[in-house]
Design a protein around this ligand. Structure first.
Ligand code: PLP
Length: 434
């Protein structure tokens, strides 16, 4: 058996890590080990001064002239082009707008319109998705299928390929599952959807900036993604959307606002969609939010000089593998167990630990105690069963995490479990106010 991993061994890996300089791009609070970049990314050091500059110079002095002079009007496409480099899209294929939820409404609606217009012996009336997809995705799909007299069918991810038949209009999936961290095979599932005449819509919330994504290579049809997670764009950062070139001149999205019009400043009656991806815009772009998002996207693009997404992915895999190994070595007796793919190739940049089904550990209280000690992850309740357990969720962002951070986080977790300090009443969830 290998000797247990030491902190010194982790420090040696940090010393040899070619991506280590990227950490200096962030304002990390002292004393914090941040394992929640899958929920809200860290503040880029440049963001505060850049947003300040947009406020005081571009807005304060430039006023309305800045729509042109400071290039505000081009921001959705300019920052979209930067994101395109991270998701296997070409320049002009991605636009920044709205929230992930709103963008999903737009792309799913466009996909349903295209799929619904395809003629065949079987009407296409079904949207297929994963049972444990993120709730907002399913809520949006529920609304759209109801409007269109269609049906949403939810399955376990392994049962999806067999369900793809001629009655399916759209396969809608999140590439990396928010609970388990399991990464779906985008190329394989998109091809299976196409084989039955359906379209594939992907949510990249937990993959853009976290794992290499190749939308064009995978032959996906539509995609949306989130700005405030691995892209470090700040709370409520605008999201993005992408459409494959084969649909770009034909698709219609339902939120026909003036910024998606072919000639927004002509003020003519009648909506005429802009050519290309710009038709995904609806209202006026949130300039301050996109300025902050651009700083976040730049922190990921800075890795291009050091090997880019493949290098980030390699480190992310090492971090998640290290965490799992340490959890097994140090916490095995506690009953906490890694939940999700055991094979690193199927894992996104996060690891969840399932709380024992016997209720011996209150996962919520344990996470609160961890956070108080400076290790920030999050807690996602399940139904408490073995199949859908309560989870402690940890994201591993290779841009700013060190190997010693992983070691220290597991050390704090081990100490809390040993001392039982998490049982102090102040960590318990307060009863919901009804
Ligand atoms: C998979 C997924 N999609 C969408 C969202 C939320 O998107 P938004 O708040 O931008 O609408 C989240 C948030 O955690 C998510 O995990």
């Amino acid at each position: 058996m290998n000797p247990p991993l030491s902190r010194e061994a982790c420090a040696a890996r940090d010393a040899a890590d070619p991506l280590a300089p990227l950490r200096a791009q962030f304002s990390l609070p002292p004393g914090v080990i941040y394992l929640d970049g899958n929920s809200l990314g860290v503040l880029p050091a440049r963001a505060a001064s850049r947003v300040q500059q947009v406020i005081t110079e571009e807005w304060g002095r430039g006023l309305i002239r800045s729509w042109n002079d400071a290039g505000w009007i081009d921001l959705p496409r300019r920052v979209g082009d930067k994101i395109a480099r991270l998701v296997g899209a070409r320049p002009g294929e991605v636009v920044v707008a709205d929230s992930t939820s709103v963008n999903l409404y737009k792309v799913l609606s466009a996909a349903l319109r295209i799929a619904g217009s395809r003629t065949g012996p079987t009407p296409r009336r079904v949207v297929v998705s994963e049972r444990s997809n993120f709730p907002t995705d399913l809520y949006i799909a529920e609304s759209l299928v109801e409007q269109q007299g269609m049906r949403l069918e939810l399955l376990d991810i392994d049962d999806i390929p067999a369900r793809l038949r001629e009655d399916v209009a759209v396969l809608m999936l999140t590439q990396v599952n928010y609970r388990t961290g399991r990464m779906a095979d985008m190329a394989d599932l998109s091809a299976r959807a196409h084989a039955v005449g359906a379209l594939a819509v992907w949510d990249l919330a937990h993959s853009a900036g976290a794992v290499p994504v190749d939308l064009n290579g995978a032959g996906a049809d539509f995609a949306v993604g989130c700005g405030y997670k691995y892209l470090n764009g700040g709370p409520g950062a605008p999201a993005f959307c992408w459409v494959h070139a084969r649909h770009v001149e034909s698709f219609r999205q339902p939120l026909s606002g003036w910024m998606g019009h072919a000639a927004p400043f002509v003020f003519q009656p009648g909506y005429e969609p802009a050519p290309g991806i710009a038709r995904y815009l609806c209202g006026t772009p949130p300039v301050l939010g996109i300025a902050a998002l651009e700083c976040g996207v730049d922190t990921v693009l800075a890795a291009e000089a050091l090997g880019g997404m493949p290098a980030l992915r390699a480190k992310s895999v090492e971090l998640t593998e290290l965490f799992i190994q340490l959890v097994r070595e140090r916490l095995g007796a506690s009953g906490l167990r890694p939940f999700g793919p055991s094979h690193a190739g199927q894992r996104g940049s996060q690891v969840s630990l399932a709380v024992p089904v016997d209720g011996s550990i209150d996962g919520y209280a344990l996470m609160q105690a961890l956070i108080e000690r400076g290790v920030i992850g999050d807690y996602r309740a399940g139904d408490g069963s073995a199949a859908h357990p309560h989870l402690l969720r940890f994201g591993f962002t290779p841009l700013y995490l060190r190997y010693v951070d992983v070691f220290d986080a597991v050390q704090v977790l081990a100490e809390l479990l040993e001392s039982g300090a998490w049982r102090e009443p102040r960590f318990a969830r307060k009863a919901a106010v009804t």
